[in-house]
Design a protein around this ligand. Structure first.
Ligand code: AP5
Length: 221
């Protein structure tokens, strides 16, 4: 049976940072709906242009569009063993759709690490975040600086600030998270798969805490 890890947490909690590390350690693909939308936007596809209308304001892209995109991604061969879901699901309707999709493909949600970080720290993290143009590697001006300012340590590409990391958009993203995504905490707690993780620890300590919660079968790539 394929096993899926759902990383849950507010904007800036560290989902993308941890998803990349866990993907390397487990060999499971990272599926970030935000990254897929940004890739579409870069390529100026119709989906990218549609998503941009929501992303630039910090609103969620409609469920039907997002679910269809994830359904296509999960059908690819690299998801046979499972995947690390980063930023999906984000609404109760998306969580229910995921359960249906996984049941169809003989998979399950194995664990949901819920990365908790207080709101003040989220704003500081997002305002200092730097992303690499080529592959989306994540840095922070203060908490996780690149070796050479403005350059990605891993592929040498330029680092930039995301447009939706502007303070007014960040405030709306956090509001949307509290209203639309927080209900998933009780959804997954009731299913017995939620594990609370203290996201204020250093990055390596957060990884250790998540690792300790993973089902044994995903730890062996
Ligand atoms: P998305 O790209 O998913 O953004 P997000 O959920 O808002 O999450 P972020 O990427 O901002 O934060 P993160 O938790 O990954 O933190 P990170 O690791 O980067 O979504 C963007 C938009 O796309 C949405 O607003 C929506 O419009 C749309 N969208 C996406 N998915 C959707 C869906 N399912 N449905 C509908 N719409 C959807 O870390 C943040 C910073 O903190 C970094 O600088 C990092 O270096 C630093 N940091 C990380 N960990 C630590 C630590 N332990 N200590 C100190 N600093 C740390």
């Amino acid at each position: 049976m394929s096993v899926f890890i759902v990383l849950l947490g507010a904007p800036g909690a560290g989902k993308g940072t941890q998803a990349k590390i866990l993907s390397q350690k487990t060999g499971l693909p990272q599926i970030s709906t935000g990254d897929i939308f940004r890739e579409h936007l870069k390529n100026q596809t119709e989906l990218g242009k549609l998503a941009q209308q929501y992303m630039s304001k910090g609103e969620l892209v409609p469920d039907d569009v997002t679910v269809a995109m994830v359904r296509e991604r999960l059908s690819r061969p690299d998801c046979k063993r499972g995947a690390i879901l980063d930023g999906f699901p984000r609404t109760p309707a998306q969580a229910e759709a995921l359960d249906v999709m996984l049941a169809e493909m003989g998979g399950k949600v194995g664990v949901v690490p819920f990365i908790k970080v207080p709101e003040d720290e989220l704003v500081e993290r997002l305002s200092g975040r730097l992303i690499c143009r080529a592959q989306g590697h994540i840095f922070h001006k203060k908490f996780n600086p690149p070796k050479v300012p403005g350059i990605c340590d891993y592929d040498g590409s330029e680092l930039y600030q995301r447009e939706d990391d502007r303070p007014e958009v960040v405030r709306n993203r956090i509001r949307v998270y509290l209203e639309q995504t927080m209900p998933l905490v009780s959804y997954y707690r009731e299913k017995g798969v939620l594990v609370e993780i203290d996201g204020t620890q250093p990055i390596e300590k957060v990884t250790e805490a998540i690792w300790a919660a993973l089902p044994e079968e995903v730890k062996h790539a």
